[in-house]
Design a protein around this ligand. Structure first.
Ligand SMILES: O=C(O)c1ccccc1NCC(=O)[C@H](O)[C@H](O)COP(=O)(O)O
Length: 219
């Protein structure tokens, strides 16, 4: 698929250990996600995330992930952790996401039976979003499942940045980039040995496969 960008951005999500954060930075990922959603097995406390954020290399973004989290709790994370980006996975609307004065990504549920998958139907309700995360969960469900959705349902020629997520791994990310040519990719389960515990070898292979795909898509 044709694309204008030369490099696929990489976000690793659900990290809980400073060593994993340091390795991710060495491997050259662009962003690291910390999960504050109540139901998550990868959830970290704000004080823990503050330490993880201190392990970040310069020019790597910290992303704080929420799902229908009370506004006061989001504000507390913003104050203690100082994330570069927020990421919302629940039923939050654009005005709600913007109230914190921090750029945000909106997760779009690509699982289940959505009728209209044109760009406007997917993104139109979020004019203030910096970008989107196309994830495999159905509406109302949590992400981080390790399951992929049908990539053929991603509209072509998206005009706004979108990360492909859900069930990516070192084994399928090359094919995903060839098929979808997303602005970025986001992975959690596919680089783990257990929820929240990342596997160094899988992290390394994931980045290698993305770079290999970038070269082959450019021809
Ligand atoms: O990771 C979680 O536990 C989680 C809980 C609630 C809402 C979102 C959550 N995770 C979001 C993600 O990490 C991304 O959706 C991820 O890129 C996709 O996860 P995976 O399929 O495990 O790669």
């Amino acid at each position: 698929m044709e694309r204008s960008h030369l490099r696929t951005r990489i976000k690793f999500c659900g990290l809980t250990r400073p060593g994993d954060v340091r390795l991710a930075c060495e491997l050259g990922v662009d962003a690291i996600g910390f999960v504050f959603a109540q139901r998550s097995r990868r959830r970290v406390e704000p004080e823990q995330a503050r330490l993880l954020r201190q392990a970040l290399a310069p020019m790597v973004s910290a992303v704080a992930l929420f799902m229908d989290t009370p506004a006061d709790d989001v504000r507390r994370v913003v104050r203690i952790v100082g994330p570069h980006l927020l990421q919302f996975h629940g039923s939050e609307d654009d005005a709600w996401c913007r109230q914190f004065g921090v750029p945000y990504l909106k997760a779009i549920a690509m699982g289940g039976s959505t009728v209209d998958r044109g760009e406007d139907a997917l993104f139109g309700a979020f004019p203030g979003a910096s970008g989107f995360l196309l994830d495999s969960h159905a509406s109302g469900e949590a992400g981080g499942s390790g399951h992929a959705f049908d990539w053929a349902t991603v509209p072509t020629g998206l005009s706004r940045p979108a990360l492909l997520a859900g069930g990516l791994s070192p084994d399928n990310v090359h094919a995903a980039i060839e098929q979808v040519a997303p602005w970025g990719v986001d992975v959690s389960s596919g680089i783990e040995s257990a929820p929240g515990l990342k596997d160094g070898e899988r992290m390394r292979r994931f980045v290698e496969e993305v770079r290999r795909a970038d070269l082959s898509v450019r021809g």
